[in-house]
Design a protein around this ligand. Sequence first.
Ligand code: NI
Length: 171
Amino acid sequence: MGDPRLLRIAQPVTEFDTDALHLLLTDLLDTMHAANGAGLAAPQIGVDLQMVVFGSGEFNPRYPEAPVVPRTVLINPVITPVGEEEQLDWEGCLSLPGMRGMVPRWSQVRYTGFDIYGDPIDRTVEGFHARVVQHECDHLWGKLYPMRMRDFTQFGFTEVLLPSIAVAEDE
Ligand code: NI
């Protein structure tokens, strides 16, 4: 946080299934897995493109209560809220290590975009899956989760706020 590359509006991907895009995907997945992240966006590793990865398809020690989200590569996404209901829940971000905040998100969203081969993705999701998509895609619009928060009494160090899961944090 504080790096101006995290505050840019990312550029759309114009060519799919290229060597460069596959290399970027490998880099994103390696970085996400090394840090036990729930997701990662290209701007977080300094790449100015609209590409995010999220989900693991398995248990994540950083989010022990979270339901499993299918591993997804999402390019040039568009997110549309379904209904007006919001949910508050804790979020962390690999760009703000060691911290958590209580962030409002749409409870249910539809997201569209493309996979790495340029095939269309169109899903309507809710709960944690919806939260992760909104968090990751926000990185493409230059938004970090504190910019979505309304109550800063619920923002702080994971080891203070949520000591039981702090042991799973990266440094
Ligand atoms: Ni993040």
